[in-house]
Design a binder for this molecule. Structure first.
Ligand SMILES: Cc1ncc(COP(=O)(O)O)c(C=O)c1O
Length: 358
């Protein structure tokens, strides 16, 4: 039996996709082999790779002058790959600190360049986004980096910053959840394990004019220009992840694409936040205009109730509702594969739980 899995990542994938992968696992396309057992350089896998890229381009309306890379190493490797590719040693880059992931990105970048923290919501305990008018941007920054959706804090940008320099964004936990104007960005990157597919795969979408700025001593496997030239196949890419991502992109298209997902995700988020706010029992700390549609952290009136909440929820088929280990509390992640019925089932459980544990 499939449960409603509220994990922040690796996260729930569409059942239809898993069933298709299962059906063709041992004998893929009549080859007598699984997709994991064929050469990444063969014609069959080449078609998988090209179709996945085309579908992702269609879904996000990626302009022609952007490269789409399918890489290994997780979003975390990009925290280092970005400064090493986009700026010479000694350069400066602007970073906006809105929570755990943007802070991790800027801490890694500090190893390679001078980081100017243009804005920091630390004083607000990372529950909001400092108004852009108050940011201290540097005029000579190689780029400005921010995290569109902080997966742990549940803080999501409701706007795209206006900058003169290339805009670089971590979209790991928001990609494909609603429309995004790719043309406003120099580079977007995302670990796959939330809205795309299995962990281990990372998508990088980079504007071509930013290629070729990499430091000379950069390992070639980390060099975007090299990977773009080699079709992300300088070495063996994560082939199963790439294949599964392709199935998810197909599923997304059949479901109506990113605009339809946006409507669905807005409704899911409104359903849960609406209940939390009116409950007089649960609480979400995030400034309402910056509340994430994907990750909804919430607190119970007493922290002693958390373990019971998680255990009882699990018995009701609602799993992985514990908050991140660094912050505690509860968190429900509502990625694309989570249906509205899953959110309704969660709200109904929460209502019942509150009545039983006043
Ligand atoms: C927004 C964000 N950025 C980066 C990461 C790190 O991703 P990875 O584990 O793929 O390196 C995560 C992981 O959850 C994330 O949520």
């Amino acid at each position: 039996m499939r449960v409603y899995n509220f994990s922040a990542g690796p996260a729930m994938l569409p059942t239809a996709v898993l069933e298709q992968a299962q059906a063709e696992l041992a004998d893929w396309g009549g080859s007598g082999m699984s997709v994991m057992e064929v050469s990444h350089r063969g014609r069959a896998f080449g078609a998988v790779a090209a179709n996945a890229e085309r579908d992702l381009r269609d879904l996000l309306l990626v302009p022609e002058d952007y490269k789409v890379l399918f890489l290994a190493g997780g979003a975390t490797l990009q925290f280092s790959a970005i400064p090493l590719n986009l700026a010479p040693a000694g350069a400066r880059a602007d970073y906006v600190a809105t929570g755990t992931w943007s802070c991790r990105a800027l801490a890694d970048a500090r190893r390679y360049l001078e980081v100017n923290v243009a804005a920091d919501d630390g004083p607000g305990h990372y529950t909001g986004i400092p108004p852009e008018a108050l940011w201290h941007k540097s005029r000579d920054a190689a780029y400005l980096h921010y995290c569109v959706n902080e997966t742990i804090g549940g803080v999501e940008f409701p706007f795209i910053p206006s900058v003169e320099v290339p805009l670089v964004a971590d979209v790991s936990s928001t990609i494909l959840s609603r429309p995004l104007d790719v043309s406003r960005f120099g580079l977007l990157y995302a670990g796959a394990q939330k809205n795309i597919g299995p962990s281990g795969l990372t998508i990088v979408i980079v504007r071509e004019d930013l290629l070729g700025r990499a430091r000379a001593d950069l390992p070639p496997v980390l060099d975007y220009a090299v990977q773009a030239r080699e079709g992300s196949m300088l070495n063996t890419p994560p082939t199963f992840g790439w294949y599964l991502a392709g199935l998810v992109f197909r599923w997304l298209k059949a479901e109506g694409g990113v605009a339809a997902m946006g409507e669905r995700n807005r409704l899911k988020a409104e359903t849960l936040y609406g209940y939390i706010d009116g409950s007089g029992y649960y609480a979400n700390p995030v400034v309402p205009s910056c509340r994430s549609w994907m990750n909804v952290p919430f607190r119970l009136p007493r922290s002693e109730l958390e373990a019971t909440f998680a255990a009882e929820a699990k018995e009701s088929g609602l799993t992985n509702l514990e908050g991140h280990r660094s912050v505690g509390g509860m968190r429900a992640s509502l990625y694309n594969a989570m249906p509205l019925e899953g959110v309704r089932a969660l709200v109904s459980f929460m209502r019942d739980f509150a009545a039983r544990h006043p």
